[in-house]
Design a protein around this ligand. Structure first.
Ligand code: GLU
Length: 305
């Protein structure tokens, strides 16, 4: 089989500035790409303007620069890719792998997850009312090898789990856009937080439906706060302090189970990254969030001041 060039990416949704958890993901994907001698890309997944403060994208890109994480190609913005998503939807609709649906969540709940109007089987929602487009999943027990977590199995239930590809409000959904762009950018390896693990089996079916091979996945534990919640805008994770990139990177390496010497705290950003590359051990990455915190809890979270 043809050996694919390693191409990885960091693909944040710009719902706020980078926080420590997103730096850990960015750094892990950068280290994996660099140690494989591959390319590392940045893609801004700006699909939902209602959840994205306009300044967030600039803040994220600035933070990545401050931390020495420079992509090998111009940054891609999903907000400029609507034609590609529309084309993919057209392809899936034509092959009956997607369907127009106007069922509300409430209606679906009432019918145990089944579509009462049979929009899925031959009676799509009329075009003159607001509708969503859903992907028609196939029943499957999906298997894959996660590069960190090993053997994975996930059950996919046709109809009950059918994900939205285009929302009624007219926004393209993450499940579609992530696959279309991973295909278009020839992404061979995806490193991301394990909060997205559950999305993977569905994404595999969308890759297949679009005639592409799935990338390899590596899910790293999400970084949690003292209450065990994932760091995010919702849990009020503090923005990264771009004034102390060295300390942030050293802490991120520690959260990834690497053992950076404390002398690195006085090093330059480039030196910390060089140390990370030379000493990167994928199998030292903790498997769970609890372990990720346990390695060096004091340095993981700076107090929110
Ligand atoms: N945009 C997604 C997020 O910020 C990540 C997409 C991915 O890595 O697959 O959660």
């Amino acid at each position: 089989m043809e050996q694919l060039r390693y191409r990885g990416r960091f693909a944040p949704s710009p719902t706020g500035p980078l926080h420590f958890g997103s730096l850990v993901t960015a750094l892990a994907s950068w280290l994996e790409a660099r140690t494989a001698g591959g390319d590392w890309l940045v893609r801004i997944e700006d699909l939902d303007p209602l959840r994205e403060p306009p300044e967030a994208t600039g803040q994220i890109l600035h933070s990545l620069d401050c931390h020495g994480l420079f992509p090998d190609e111009p940054v891609r913005f999903q907000s400029r890719r609507h034609d590609a998503y529309q084309a993919a939807i057209g392809q899936l609709l034509a092959r009956r792998q997607a369907y127009r649906c106007r069922c509300s969540r409430k209606l679906l709940q009432k019918h145990g997850g089944y579509h009462p109007d049979h929009c899925r089987d031959g009676h799509p929602a009329p075009e003159d009312t607001p509708y969503a487009i859903r992907f028609a999943l196939t029943d499957e027990l999906s298997h894959w090898q996660d590069l960190l977590l090993g053997d994975q199995q996930q059950k996919v239930a046709a109809e009950l789990d059918d994900p939205v590809l285009l929302r009624k409000e007219g926004f393209y959904a993450y499940q579609l856009a992530v696959v279309v762009d991973d295909i278009d950018q020839n992404i061979s390896h995806v490193v991301r937080g394990s909060d997205l693990l559950d999305m993977t089996a569905q994404q595999q079916q969308i890759f297949r439906a679009l005639g592409a091979q799935s990338p390899q996945w590596l899910h790293i534990p999400v970084i949690v706060n003292d209450q065990g919640q994932k760091l995010s805008k919702q849990t009020h994770a503090p923005a990264l302090d771009d004034q102390q990139p060295t300390a942030n990177l050293v802490n991120a390496l520690a959260a990834l189970g690497q053992q950076p010497p404390s002398a690195l705290l006085n090093a330059t950003v480039d030196n910390v990254l060089a140390w990370g590359r030379e000493n990167w051990r994928r199998h030292a990455i903790p498997l769970t969030s609890r372990q990720a915190r346990g390695i060096n809890p004091d340095t993981h979270l700076r107090p929110d001041h």
